[in-house]
Design a protein. Structure first.
Length: 165
C-alpha cells in the first residue's frame, strides 16, 4: 500500500450513518463490489456510478454512526475509495475500517466535491490541493499501519498463522 494517497473528494456533512453509506436492504452480501453499487444511494445518488479508484471521502463529525455493520466500510472499499477523512468517527466504524484495511483519518478538512486531496499516512498530513490548506493528524501506530498495508486483520492473521488462501 502506498503511504501517500491522492484522489478526488466526495464531501459529506456531520453524522453520516451506516444506513446512508449502505442501505440495510443490501446487507445480504459481503461482496465489496456488489455493496459498492449501492454506496450512498440516497445521500448522493451519483456516487456509485461516478466514484473512481483512489477517490477520498471527506466528512464532518461522527462519520459512520449507527449500526455496527462492517458492510459500510466494505462498500467504500468496493467502490475504490482509498481512505476516509473526517472530523471524527463513530468508534465501531473506525475499528471496522481498520480491520478490513481501509485507512480512516481523523482530521478537519475543508473541501468541495471534486477537489483534489492528498493524504500522507506516514507523515500524518492531509492537504486540499485546490486551496493549498494542509491539516496534520496523528499518524498511525506502526502496528495499525502494518494492518492496513496487509489489507486488514484477516490477511494479517492468515499470514501470521501460515494459512493459505
Amino acid at each position: 500500500m502506498k503511504t501517500s494517497l491522492t484522489g478526488k473528494a466526495w464531501v459529506f456533512g456531520d453524522n453520516v450513518d451506516t444506513d446512508q453509506i449502505i442501505p440495510a436492504e443490501y446487507l445480504v452480501t459481503m461482496d465489496n463490489s456488489e455493496l459498492a453499487k449501492h454506496a450512498f444511494e440516497t445521500a448522493k445518488p451519483e456516487f456509485a456510478k461516478s466514484v473512481r479508484s483512489g477517490d477520498i471521502v471527506v466528512a464532518g463529525r461522527n462519520f459512520g454512526c449507527g449500526s455496527s455493520r462492517e458492510h459500510a466500510p466494505r462498500a467504500l472499499m468496493g467502490a475504490g475509495v482509498s481512505c476516509v477523512v473526517a472530523g471524527s468517527f463513530a468508534r465501531i466504524f473506525f475499528r471496522n475500517a481498520i480491520n478490513i484495511g481501509l485507512p480512516v483519518i481523523e482530521a478537519k478538512l475543508s473541501a468541495s466535491d471534486a477537489d483534489e486531496i492528498t493524504v500522507n499516512l506516514k507523515d500524518g498530513w492531509v492537504e486540499n490541493r485546490m486551496t493549498g490548506k494542509r491539516t496534520e493528524f496523528a499518524a498511525y501506530a506502526p502496528f495499525v499501519m502494518m494492518l492496513i498495508e496487509k489489507g486488514g486483520l484477516v490477511p494479517y492473521t492468515r499470514e501470521v498463522l501460515g494459512c493459505r488462501r
